[in-house]
Design a protein around this ligand. Sequence first.
Ligand code: GDG
Length: 454
Amino acid sequence: MARLVIASYRVAKPKRGMGAGGLAVGLAEALKATRGLWFGWSGHTVAQPVPEAEVSEIGGVTYASIDIASADHAPFYAGFANGTLWPLLHYRLGLMEFDRAAFAAYRRVNAAFAEALLPLLRPDDMVWVHDYQLLTLGEELRRRGFAGRIGFFLHVPFPPRDLWVALPQGGVLLEALLACDLLGFQTEADRGNFFFGAARLLGLETEGETLLFKGRRIETGAFPIGIDANGFARTAARAAAGKTTTQMRESLADRALIIGADRLDYSKGLINRFRGFDHLLRGQPSLRRRVTYLQVAARSRVEVAQYRALRRELDQLAGRINGEHADFDWMPLRYMTRDVPRTTLAGFFRIARIGLVTPLRDGMNLVAKEFVAAQDPADPGVLILSQFAGAAQELPEALLVNPYDSEEIGEALAAALAMPLEERKARWEAMMARLREGTAAIWARRFLDRLAPA
Ligand code: GDG
């Protein structure tokens, strides 16, 4: 098997005591098996970055990283990647900003990545590029002469053509992606949006799921990302018996726990979710004092203005909900913008009666899958899931909601609280079985089998 080379914005180096997240888990096996290389940003910006990557080896896997030029990082990351691409890819044209200088910085950072990665590559390596920060990396590698296999996976959604054309450099970016041999998406809908959009906008011929471009064949496919469901279940069971979860349980005083855990991001639908909880408390007075909603909203991308604005709005709304409904011995909403350790979250998921996951649009949403995996098979909680999360395709037994309708969220909360044990078990078993069939390792293997030279 060819050596696997991963390129992503951030590199997930293994650290002791840290339960790794989705991507690292999925890729670990393939990286180890091929004594692979993981390349990305060091986390540092400097005035004049050197073009050579800093290389280290841990457990047979090589990690290589470079610094990004200080002048480029903000326009690349807060600018084009998260001020232009992120809202567009999540169907939020109204939030999209565009600035040519930021796009130029984005291209320079991708070019600098290619420049530093190229000398580390061998001709028969398989390169797997990840996500929207690195849309032009494949093309930059080709420009510098790399002729081996290149795959690309988009972790976030891909919008329909009519939205994509609003991006002034949209055509250029589509062409850049076609430098790869395989383009992977979370769902068939995302793949279709890209495939038909690119074919139409660039006037390409197609064959099945393959695009034909300048005499080359570019394959596309849907590869829904998974989690290590059994591993997460074990972590959750262990954590639930530990001190923090015990304290949490005691603090609930027999009230049902509703839990949400997301990066503080407008795509996650937190405003509507809070309003949904407010509807529950207003519409079902008998349920008041019988529930506690914990929302972990880990601060994210604070350098982007829209994220700071969302934080202010959520702070206000949380204050209003508690102000209106709380009692001297009951706080309905516990809202934290601090990061919570992964194992703690797993324990909380396990004792929660409801997992509330209502993004307005999400590539996959791993929290939904983690919540299911964490449940106690004898007394599982209920997942309320947005129909616009990629995960909804695989988890139709969740209570699916339209996240734009806060009242529907409120109704789903009431239905989940009333759901009998037998029904909870039946829904959970179906979902858990599917998660076991689509783990992170299986996801990586499916992609790499398709990418491998015939
Ligand atoms: C992108 C796509 C796609 C959350 N809060 C805390 C915390 N988390 C962990 C969760 C989960 C991960 O972060 C979030 O993953 P998601 O998939 O839910 O969302 P994104 O971060 O937006 O990820 C998404 C994913 O890529 C993978 O392809 O599914 O659609 O947007 O693992 O548990 N972890 C800790 N503390 C927190 O407070 N430790």
